[in-house]
Every structure is written in C-alpha cells, then in structure tokens.
Ligand binder design. Structure first.
Ligand SMILES: Cc1cc2nc3c(=O)[nH]c(=O)nc-3n(C[C@H](O)[C@H](O)[C@H](O)COP(=O)(O)O)c2cc1C
Ligand SMILES: [Mn+2]
Length: 499
C-alpha cells in the first residue's frame, strides 16, 4: 500500500479498504456529529465522511485515525514500530565501516536530505481564494463538540508560524474556537512552540492554518518535536517524499500545496480573548482562559474542499491512536537519551500525561529513580504526573501484568517517590495551574543495597516440562478446548482499546 499523497488520495484508499462510510443524510455539526463519532470510535468503526453537514457548504471528514489499522495504513506500515525503526536508523547512524555500511549510511543521509519541504509555483489549495469581506468561517462545518462548549472549535488544524529570531518554521495542532466570520482564538498552551513564537514576536505575527492534509503531515503537527525541528521535514521523511509548499496569498508564509483548506491571517501580540470552555481530552471541560485572537485575511481552498475534524473527550477517542503513534515513533529517541529503557506505555485512559509505565534493564541501586527523573526531564514527557517503573522482562502494554508487579514488588514506604514539577496546562487537579505534585512508583525487584530483604525467585515452570507438555498436548485430549500456548496476563493496552 502506498503512502497517501493528500487527503483525497487517503479518502480513496480508506474507501477501497472498506474503512470509510459516506453519510448522505443531513447531520448537524452541533453535537449530533459528536454522538455518532463517539459510538463509531468505541465500536472500532470506520472513518466517516458527512456529505451534508447542516448549515455548511463543505463535507466533514472525521475518525480518519480511529483504529490501529488505519493509523498503520496512514504510515504505510504493518506495525507502528516499523515507523520507529526507520527513525532509529537516523538516530543510530554511526561512522560506517566497510562498503556495505557506507552505502547504507549514504542512503539514509540522502533520504534525510530529500525530506526537506519543496516550494512549488502552484497549489490545489488555492483553486478558490476568498479575501477580505468574502472570508466567512461559517462556510465550514466546524463542530460544536460537547454541550457546554463555548461554541464551534476547529479541532484538526496544522498551525504554521515562524520563529522571529531564527526564521524557523513550526507546525502545531492547536484547537481554534470560531469567534466570528473572520476571527478565531488560538489555543497554544504554555509549553508549546507556537506560543514561544508568539512571545518572541513584537507587534503582529503572521499565521497560516492548513486543514485537510495527507495523514502523515496532519500527524506531524501533533508530534512533540524539539522546537528547532521543522515538523514538515519530519513529515517528508516519514512520507518518503517532501511536502510541497506554495506561497500564501496574503501572508509571507508557505503553506502545504495539497491542503484542502488554508486559513491565512495574523495575530496581534496583545489582542487576547476568553477561550473555552471546551470538552477536552482530559475528559473534562477546560475552563475559559485568555488566548490570542487569530484574524483571518484569506481562506484558500480546493474546489469542493473537505473539512477535517476530530472529536476529543473522555478516552478512548480518535486521538488515542495519534497518541499511540507518538508513543511508538518516539521510543527510539527516548532510548537515545535513556538507553536502559526497554519499552514504555502511555495508557490511553491516562490522557497521555497522567501516567507512564516504563520498563528498564536495572543495573544499580536507585536505577528506577534515575529513570523517573530522566523522564521528568525529557521533552513533553516532563509533564508526566505518574510514572511506574518495572523490570525489563515485564510487558508494559499488559496492564494486568504491570498491576501484578506494582502490588507484589512495592513497599509504599520505600518505593514511592513524591516530587513536584511542571504539569500539563489543562490538568485541573493540581492546586496551582501548571505546577504540582508527581508520583513515581518503583515496582522493580529490589536488592539489599536498596534496603530490601532477600528477594524471592519468581515462580516459573521449567523449560523441560513445558517442552514435554507441548509435545504431548494432543494426547491429553484438550486441544479442542484449550489452546496449546496460553499467554500470561493479557489485558493489554491494545485489547482495552478495541474492547
Ligand atoms: C487532536 C489534538 C488536539 C490538540 N489540541 C491542542 C491545543 O488545543 N493546544 C495545544 O497546545 N496542544 C494541543 N494538542 C497537542 C499539540 O498538538 C502537541 O503538543 C504538538 O506537539 C504541538 O506542536 P509544537 O510542539 O510544535 O508546539 C493537540 C493534539 C491533538 C492530537
Ligand atoms: Mn514544534
């Protein structure tokens, strides 16, 4: 399967695979779409293309990312770990020895060099151009997702800004509350790159928002990359083909040529508005807060442009798989910094920042604590509120197995770390916003130097007996009732998601 070129190519692929349903009847983007999507996501159902959203002139695509299968289709891989493997090729690039390694190294470097976005003269995203008074966000089927939401919110945008100090591009996914025909709010949170660009700008900053991209480029807007890395370069690398850009019509910014819709405009540094409430991925309404106002100077579109949306709310929702993609894709980068990490899992029910389970090859006393503090110091993972550390042989994706070791291996007096640090912007639990308590649970086996008594061996059947029983399985007459190999705990993250 080829990697989708643009949103239409992606929709065609989904349709061919039976992964998309068109809904021809009129449906209200105010609440009604959410309830349909919520049921569809929970059932592991298809992407939905609402062809007649009430009151709007464009079709609405939602749930394009809602299953592991579709997420893998988006990246053209069999498993999300395959994407991680491609990235680790770059991260682990060593001075090559021998001709074969040199050729491999050159190929990797070339694919990196070819990942940079490419400027083109013309883009389908500018087939229709609306400027000034023609601009009307009411043309778009922007969803009001939940009953207490302050209004309609654009939920799947790729927001393009520039760092005034370096000229470097940033692309981030920040929800945008529609305030009027030509204005929205811009909800870049405290720790985000778009917000930093805003803070460093004096006066007016130009902003462009791309809607309806190929799925990898859309994903890249949500990826927690270091500030100086251009999300579109990473998208180009993951696509194996550069993202094509055209010059905006009213802003000095380049925009993805193949986008369905582009909103161009500006933010005046000190123009703020009350944004929210909005029912967010925390499972709660985030209260109204001051955020910048985005003034739209042009809407450019493809003919019959398709508007993309996503519903977030109490997990699991469609964004679960965007989060899981990030978890898998960033594992090699996490291991680069903390090589003793074997694997990690951010449970969907933990809303990405509430809980991280990590397994380590433990080598010295206090090692689990070292890893906790490393995670609390690592990129966006630094916002993690709770960390559970287990030994390397534990399957971090099997929550029952993890719970077993938390129950069996932990002396709460000895093995709990309580500390404090920065927290997610939207976390409503801490006493202060942005800053509060963190918990680490060391569920590894402890040695005497950590104050433990003799650690008992874990129960395990001998290999000889297992082989014997394997060999004789058919003789017992159990084959039709009990499978020969029964796995351990098996309440994995994957199964919980699928139901
Ligand atoms: C569906 C979805 C909606 C999101 N909404 C917001 C948002 O409103 N504000 C925000 O700061 N981050 C939001 N995020 C997370 C950011 O997109 C993510 O942190 C990304 O790394 C930001 O880009 P940056 O690192 O370049 O700032 C959202 C993520 C997803 C998947
Ligand atoms: Mn960024």
């Amino acid at each position: 399967m080829s990697i989708p070129r643009d949103l239409r190519d992606w929709i065609a692929q989904l349709e061919r695979e039976g992964e998309l349903v068109r809904i021809a009847t009129e449906v209200d983007p105010r609440l009604e779409v959410t309830e349909i999507v919520d049921r569809t996501v929970r059932a592991g159902g298809p992407a939905l293309l609402f062809e007649r959203p009430k009151g709007a002139q464009h079709a609405l695509l939602v749930n394009q990312f809602g299953t592991e299968k579709r997420m893998c289709m988006a990246f053209g891989v069999a498993s999300l770990d395959d994407v991680a493997a491609r990235l680790s090729e770059i991260l682990e690039l060593q001075p090559p020895e021998g001709l074969a390694a040199k050729v491999r190294g050159l190929r990797t470097l070339k694919s990196l060099a070819d990942s940079r976005p490419k400027t083109v003269k013309r883009g389908a995203c500018q087939e229709v151009v609306l400027r000034g008074d023609e601009v009307d966000l009411g043309l778009l089927p922007v969803q009001t997702c939940w009953p207490e939401d302050a209004g309609p919110f654009i939920t799947l945008p790729a927001v393009i800004t520039r760092d005034p100090r370096t000229g470097g591009r940033n692309v981030g996914m920040y929800r945008m509350q529609v305030l009027g025909p030509r204005t929205t709010a811009m909800h870049w949170q405290l720790h985000k790159d778009g917000r930093a660009d805003h803070l460093f700008t004096e006066g007016r900053m130009e902003v462009a928002v791309a809607l309806g991209l190929d799925p990898i480029t859309t994903y890249s807007a949500s990826a927690p990359l270091p500030k100086h890395i251009d999300e579109l370069m990473v998208a180009g690398f993951l696509r194996g083909e550069p993202v094509e850009l055209v010059q905006g019509v009213t802003v000095d910014l380049e925009v993805p040529a193949a986008a369905e819709i582009v909103l161009e405009g500006y933010i005046d540094k000190d123009e703020l508005t009350a944004e929210g409430p909005f029912g967010d991925h925390t499972g709660y309404y985030t209260p109204a807060e001051q955020f910048p106002v985005f003034n739209v100077t042009a809407i450019t579109m493809r003919r019959e442009a398709i508007y993309p949306s996503i519903v977030v709310g109490k997990p699991p929702q469609e964004d679960a798989w965007l989060g899981k993609a990030t978890e898998r894709i960033f594992l090699p980068a996490v291991k680069m910094t903390v090589p003793e990490i074997v694997d990690y899992d951010l449970p969907v029910a933990g809303a990405f920042h509430n809980l991280c389970i990590v397994s380590i090859r433990k080598a010295f006393p206090g090692h689990a604590r070292k890893v906790m503090h490393a995670i609390w110091g690592l990129g966006m993972l630094s916002l993690t509120k709770g960390i559970v550390v287990v030994d390397g042989h534990v399957d971090v994706h099997d929550y029952a197995e993890v719970m077993f070791y938390v129950g069996a291996n932990v002396d709460p007096k000895r093995d709990i770390v309580i500390t404090e640090g920065p927290l997610d912007h939207l976390d409503h639990a801490p006493t202060l916003q942005f800053f509060g308590g963190k918990i680490g649970i060391d569920a590894t086996a402890k040695g005497p130097l950590e104050g433990a008594r003799e650690w008992p061996p874990e129960i395990e059947m001998s290999a000889e007996v297992k082989t014997l029983v394997d060999r004789r399985w058919d003789e017992y007459g159990l084959s039709t009732v009990v499978p020969a190999a029964t796995p351990g705990f098996r309440q994995s993250s994957r199964r919980l998601l699928r139901h």
